[in-house]
Design a protein around this ligand. Structure first.
Ligand SMILES: C[S@@+](CC[C@H](N)C(=O)[O-])C[C@H]1O[C@@H](n2cnc3c(N)ncnc32)[C@H](O)[C@@H]1O
Length: 409
């Protein structure tokens, strides 16, 4: 047999170990990019894909291990348990698992992007179509400040909870949730929206929002299963509290300095943000009309008292009739969105857009090709397209593109 050196040994020096499950080509690509861009110390402190350097375990690896996900998911369904334990280092850590938002980023990918783009504490990163605020959580974990904007008020709630829960007082949270039955009765009587409208300055408001998110998670969960809200809520709430508790313990042990977040309900086409103020943008727009985000979150939005039809007018990907007309409106809105990203970001700031195409829905029109064209037209210089596969039997979309631009001003 001819002598063969395994690929990983060719790519990484002997004392650099990858985290288990780093097995996609795009992940190896990003791991290699981190490895080439960061110093040894930086890799230990910040790397997304390395497990250890010279025998010293990385912060990410240690934090995930400290989070005790086995205990957090002891009452979860078998499917959920396997999903989070398998994705321990890529999806299930910190506060990312608090609400299973559809189409959310792999947090580990965002961590790697922040490293590669050289975004550090002192910088501000923006996601102007933030969904569940994966970018903000990941940035905050690295001590970086973040701004999330999303049109959906439910996304605003998710973002607030997930970022607030990174750094809170566990004693206050535990005293608030001491009686889940009583909370459930209050929430079922629809008093929550009223309370949140009338108590904008309540110091405990952010703690109540955690309970509200757990309740809204339960509402969705009960709709998909044949169990009742009464039965499910205490279990979901317990999972939320233990997720946060174990993360708080890990944060203190690891002495993580958490960045600040601003979570805003607003439109990417009219960002409430100053010109030239943002150091980097990482975002993922709706993939044309692949997912109706309002319909998905209808029970939650209605409970919170929002009019879906008003939101629908401004939501990217939800207007028009027939493929051609829908795509025309979609690209029009994306053009405005890219113009706003250009306006708010600093000269030479990186802008990363992650987008996939469902050929069957778009009659073969490739969204990434058009987004590159629109970005260049707006003055964002296109640099690179890294392809990322989408797994899963039911997905008709097979691939996403990670598009890298720089703002030329
Ligand atoms: C692909 S999802 C983003 C998911 C996100 N990356 C995450 O990790 O959760 C796209 C998001 O764009 C938001 N969106 C659609 N139209 C918008 C608009 N005009 N302004 C701001 N956000 C918008 C949707 O509400 C949805 O949350």
């Amino acid at each position: 047999m001819k002598k063969h050196t395994p690929l990983l040994e060719k790519l990484f020096a002997k004392d650099y170990q990858l985290i288990d499950g780093t097995d996609e080509i795009f992940e190896l690509d990003l791991a290699l990019w981190e490895y080439e861009a960061l110093s040894k110390k930086e890799l230990i402190d910040r790397s997304a894909y390395l497990k250890s350097v010279d025998g010293k375990e990385t912060t990410h690896f240690r934090t995930c291990n400290l989070q005790n996900l086995e205990e957090v998911h002891k009452n979860s369904s078998f499917r959920t348990k396997v999903f989070f334990l398998d994705g321990k280092y890529s999806t299930g850590y910190a506060t990312h698992s608090l609400f299973p938002y559809r189409g959310k980023f792999h947090p580990q990918l965002i961590r790697a992007l922040l490293n590669i783009l050289d975004i550090k504490p002192g910088h501000t990163v923006l996601d102007p179509m933030a969904g569940s605020s994966t970018v903000a959580v990941e940035a905050n974990l690295l001590g970086i400040d973040a701004i999330s904007v999303d049109l959906s008020p439910f996304c605003e709630l998710m973002g607030k909870v997930k970022t607030f829960a990174l750094n809170l007082d566990m004693n206050i949270l535990e005293s608030i949730v001491a009686n889940p039955k009583e909370i459930l009765e209050k929430l079922k009587k629809d008093r929550a929206p009223e309370y949140f409208k009338n108590n904008k300055d309540d110091k405990k408001r952010s703690y109540y929002e955690i309970v509200l998110l757990a309740f809204l998670d339960t509402v969705g969960f009960a709709g998909r299963s044949n169990s009742s809200i009464d039965k499910l809520f205490p279990r979901v709430l317990e999972r939320y509290i233990s997720t946060i508790k174990y993360f708080q313990e890990a944060r203190q042990k690891m002495d993580l300095k958490i960045g600040r977040s601003k979570i805003i309900q607003g439109s990417v086409m009219k960002l409430p943000i100053d010109d030239n103020s943002i150091d980097a943008i990482i975002t993922s727009p709706p993939y044309s009309f692949a997912i109706d985000y309002l319909k998905n979150d209808q029970p939650q939005l209605e409970y919170l008292g929002h009019n879906l039809e008003v939101l629908r007018q401004e939501m990217i990907g939800l207007q028009g009739r027939g493929v051609e007309n829908k795509l025309e409106i979609y690209f029009n809105k994306m053009d405005q969105a890219l113009g706003e990203m250009k306006r708010v970001s600093k000269k030479n700031a990186p802008v990363v857009i992650i987008i996939g195409t469902n050929d069957i829905q778009t009659n073969g029109v490739r969204l990434e090709t058009k987004v590159i064209e629109l970005g260049e037209k707006q003055g964002l210089k296109f640099e690179l397209n890294l392809k990322k596969p989408i797994r899963g039997l039911q997905n008709t979309m097979k691939e996403e593109s990670i598009l890298f631009f720089t703002n030329q001003k």
